[in-house]
Design a protein around this ligand. Structure first.
Ligand SMILES: C[S@@+](CC[C@H](N)C(=O)[O-])C[C@H]1O[C@@H](n2cnc3c(N)ncnc32)[C@H](O)[C@@H]1O
Length: 942
């Protein structure tokens, strides 16, 4: 089976390369001169195939005598791609007949491939890894062509899987568990400005001596770090210790001179595309947070080793460990392991403590380093003994010419017979597992399971009660594969408990939209009220029960609070990530975060599949779209330009709204002035303000993934309560654009409507056939990286469709359609109002009661609080603030006014006391310094 799978994966790769070649060849042909001689030989019919080509020759019947297909000879995009236009329309049409592919492995094909290569040097080729990244080159732009993008994913998926299948399991584990060096080295590369330093040397590269002379790094460390990156194809080592950028590392180039960067490091990311900022942010705070995931999420009961090891202990010359292993080497990054990285801006002294792992110290004590490594089993890990102790013995005996049986057994354990190959990924590892090769599957078996729209009981993709028929936009919808998702039973079983929507607050028709600016709408919450609100959101009552144990200790591993994430553990802060980022000392990181978000645009498919899936053009003229948490209004800007009869309101936090208005004033003042677009400071955890018109759409783009369910539900509930559900009239729709994660297996569960026949969405997720993983594995990794990044930073997550629909339904929204642009995991879920489940309402009431109680307790505590004079033995209960008491040359203290007054009242008594208690020396000193008169004046002044 395994060899057949290997062949099948290889075939996937071959086919995908064919597809890419077709696109590039077609593009080249479009621009080729008419001279037939210049046409590539591959584009002629192959001569009758030799026997070795029998399979492929039938597939390679491309014939140059056919009419040339490209129709838009000059239509290749020269400007950036338009995210709101179908991507296909932005490229020349591509001839999809199959050309000869060198990847098929025949000698003829290879020969043709070489010829081809030499003849098409002047043609656009797939971007070279050895070149530098140029987003605007035709070569790079063609990679966004749907055919190429899809083929690329298949290659990445299949090759990733092939590598894992063929590599020894232990080495794959090493890749995984020591892969932390990659982000670590990438951060070094970025932070040392090496990219900008070596940029100008082009393909010749720069010797590390010269790099180090510029950025001041240690030669040896720099060389090894760069070499690790070159080994992983992020750089090129052109000759010994000489490194050049390639397509990957040059994508991080800020385009600025390294001298400028060194002079103004805080401006490094300004005006860039944000890729360098993104790399820096991920490999700094996000990477460090991820390192603490297990420590945060594992129950302490099973996390004892980590818990013990987490306490840093200083090794002193007196400690046994010290005596065993000798003096500590200078601090290395490893020595910081026990202590989370210091917060930026803080004066971080290098840690002198070394993590004291009791187990580690034990094995170190009294043994030589190597001996300890060998007997602890770590030797095996580092290949020192080539396996277990038993194997070490085998090896020793063999080298001593001992017992041949042992030798044989060792060999048989290590080397599979030539006829067998270890089975693929589905089976547990076994060196003896039999595996019979079978024929490679034909590529057609590996195509995605054919797309077929799934039928909901009532109305396919149509949004009930609206003129919208999403069938009209099939190219933007992706419904292949199998049906999904069970409706959460808890909600559907109690229809009688469903609540009808609350009436929404709308402005009277007289209040026209254009008259309203953000100022004229409901009062903006101040920053303080927003942050107070925010504080109240944590943690919600539903989680309270599980968060707090009998001793009122937070069970970190069960908490979903944004302040109980691995980030909080790593940075030892109780602040939520953004509050921390906005705190003192993190100014640089905050700025970098903003730039990094620009760089993350590459997550979404180029075609803007997220928001495009909604049929904006079917909304009645003048409809109001509310972009909730809309940032500076980037999505609204795209939509407003494209759909000119829609109105938009962008809601966000005060500061963001201000930035947005400024940005729009520059970019599209006419939209602000004409009143088609307004900005409003609004906290989405509070009820929607009165809106200038009935909301046709609430848009939540990249919002739900920022919040754990309890919080996201509050946002959704606030929107739900402002939504209209007028039968036959305006019905507010919710558009949620976020990653929608597929499972890593075939997803066969059907999303069904409730028993009353109220059909919910039925759809199918993209699914690939084995041996490819159904979610395309490594090719989809980014969405899953993001998922756990959100988890480690905010305790939030990307959601599967099941999770998203369950969340929506818990807040009174019924998902009707999910769509994703082909090849993208960024999805768009369209929902409409439905009853708010009783569970949610009860939980909400409980929460409000709890908050009220908490507030009442606070108030009572405030009211009844009084300083306990007894406890403080009459000393002051307010800490003094120092002021310079110039008169008389005394340093004195200014106390709070009230006490000051009280003191004044008692001055005579006090003066007597003080003077009588004053010792002679003090009195003398006072007299000497200010003179008796001065002292009199001083006391008198009181
Ligand atoms: C990931 S950004 C998404 C921005 C925008 N929707 C987009 O697609 O580019 C999340 C946004 O939520 C906003 N946000 C966070 N907390 C908020 C709150 N309590 N009320 C309103 N907006 C908030 C942030 O300011 C930020 O602009």
């Amino acid at each position: 089976m395994t060899l057949a799978d290997l062949r099948a994966l290889h075939a996937v790769i071959g086919d995908a390369i064919d597809d890419i070649e077709r696109v590039y060849a077609s593009y080249n042909q479009t621009f080729m001169e008419e001279d037939e001689d210049r046409h590539d030989p591959r584009w002629r019919s192959p001569s009758p195939a030799s026997s070795e080509d029998s399979y492929y020759s039938t597939a390679t019947s491309f014939d140059s005598s056919r009419p040339s297909t490209p129709t838009h000879s000059s239509s290749f995009p020269t400007t950036p791609l338009d995210p709101l236009s179908p991507i296909e329309s932005q490229f020349p049409r591509i001839q999809l007949d199959s050309p000869f592919s060198p990847a098929k492995g025949s000698s003829r094909a290879l020969q043709s491939g070489f010829e081809y290569r030499s003849r098409v040097d002047e043609h656009v080729d797939f971007p070279s890894l050895h070149g530098s990244y140029d987003a605007n080159s035709p070569s790079e732009k063609l990679t966004a062509h749907p055919e190429v993008a899809s083929a690329t994913k298949r290659i990445v998926s299949a090759s990733g899987q092939l590598g894992v299948m063929v590599q020894a399991p232990f080495l794959t584990l090493c890749d995984g568990c020591m892969g932390y060096h990659l982000p670590s080295c990438l951060r070094f590369l970025e932070a040392s400005h090496t990219v900008e330093i070596i940029r100008d040397t082009g393909s010749k590269g720069m010797h590390v001596n010269d790099i180090a002379a510029k950025n001041g790094c240690d030669l040896g460390k720099l060389t090894h770090i760069l070499r690790l990156l070159a080994t992983h194809h992020y750089l090129i080592e052109v000759s010994a210790d000489t490194f050049a950028l390639n397509r990957i590392s040059s994508a991080m180039d800020t385009g600025k001179s390294w001298e400028d960067i060194l002079a103004n490091p805080e401006k490094k990311y300004e005006g860039t595309k944000g890729v360098a900022a993104f790399v820096a942010m991920c490999s700094d705070e996000l990477f460090k947070a991820a390192a603490w995931m297990t420590d945060t999420f594992l129950p302490p009961s099973i996390n004892s080793i980590a818990a013990r090891a987490a306490t840093p202990v200083l090794l002193t010359p007196q400690s046994p460990s010290f005596r065993a292993i000798g003096p500590l080497p200078p601090p290395t990054p490893f020595s910081a392991l026990g202590t989370p990285a210091p917060i930026a801006g803080a004066n971080s002294s290098r840690p002198t403590s070394r993590r004291a792992d009791p187990d580690a110290s034990e094995f170190q004590e009294g043994r030589s380093g190597t001996e300890a490594l060998l007997t602890s089993g770590l030797g095996e890990h580092f290949g020192l003994v080539g396996g277990t102790e038993a194997l070490l013995c085998d090896w020793t005996r063999r080298s001593e010419g001992s017992d041949s049986t042992t030798k044989k057994s060792a060999i048989s354990r290590r080397e599979p017979s030539p006829a067998r190959y270890p089975t693929g990924l589905a089976a547990p590892w076994s060196p003896m597992s039999p595996s019979l090769p079978r024929h490679a599957r034909r590529p057609s078996d590996l195509d995605p399971i054919p797309s077929s729209p799934v039928i909901s009981r009532r109305n396919d993709y149509n949004v009930p009660g609206s003129p919208i028929t999403l069938r009209q936009q099939p190219s933007r919808l992706f419904f292949p594969g199998s049906p999904i998702v069970n409706r959460p039973r808890s909600h559907s079983r109690h229809p009688s408990l469903l609540q009808s929507p609350a009436p929404s607050r709308v402005l009277s028709p007289k209040q026209s939209f254009s008259n309203l600016s953000s100022k004229s709408l409901s009062p903006k919450p101040s920053l303080t009220s927003l942050s107070l609100n925010f504080a109240l959101h944590s943690p919600s009552p539903s989680s309270d029960a599980t968060l707090v144990n009998a001793e009122s200790e937070v069970k970190l591993h069960l908490s979903n609070s944004p302040t109980h994430s691995p980030f909080n553990t790593a940075f030892k802060t109780e602040k939520e990530f953004f509050a921390w980022l906005e705190g003192k000392g993190n100014e640089g990181r905050l700025k970098r975060f903003g730039c990094a978000m620009t760089g993350s645009g590459g997550w979404e498919d180029v075609g803007g599949g997220g928001v495009l899936a909604f049929p904006w053009d079917t909304l009645p003229e003048g409809s109001l779209v509310v972009d909730v948490g809309g940032g500076i209004g980037s999505t609204s800007l795209l939509l407003a330009k494209k759909y000119q009869d829609l109105n938009f309101m962008v809601q966000d936090r005060v500061g963001v709204v201000k930035m947005g208005e400024e940005a729009w004033r520059e970019r599209a003042p006419e939209l602000l002035d004409g009143g088609r677009v307004t900005f409003l400071a609004h906290d989405f955890f509070t009820p929607q303000p009165t809106l200038p018109a009935p909301p046709a759409v609430f848009l939540l783009r990249v919002i739900t993934h920022d919040w754990p369910d309890e919080y996201a539900r509050k946002i959704l509930l606030n929107l739900r309560r402002a939504a209209l559900d007028v039968q036959g009239g305006v019905k507010t729709r919710l558009v949620v654009a976020d990653h929608v994660l597929p499972l890593a297996c075939q997803d066969l569960v059907v999303q069904r409507g409730a028993d009353d026949g109220d059909g919910l969405m039925e759809t199918r997720l993209p699914s690939w056939r084995p041996p490819l993983l159904s979610n395309l594995g490594k090719a989809s990794a980014n969405a899953y990286w993001m998922d756990l990044t959100m988890r480690c930073i905010f305790n939030s997550q990307e959601r599967t469709l099941r999770e998203m629909l369950t969340l929506l339904e818990s807040a009174g929204w019924k998902g009707t359609v999910m769509s994703r642009a082909e090849g993208s995991l960024f999805g768009c879920v369209i929902a409409e109002p439905c009853g708010i489940p009783s569970e949610t309402l009860i939980a909400e009431q409980e929460e409000q009661a709890k908050l009220k109680l908490r507030a009442a307790e606070e108030a009572e505590r405030e009211r009844t609080w009084a300083p306990s004079m007894g406890d403080t033995f009459g000393s002051r209960v307010y800490l003094p603030e120092a002021i310079d008491f110039d008169e008389g040359g005394f340093d004195w203290f200014d106390f709070r006014r009230v006490e000051f007054e009280r003191e004044k009242e008692k001055k005579k008594t006090r003066r007597r006391k003080v003077v009588s208690c004053m010792d002679v020396r003090e009195l003398r000193m006072g007299r000497e310094e200010v003179g008796a008169e001065g002292l009199e004046d001083f006391w008198g002044g009181l």
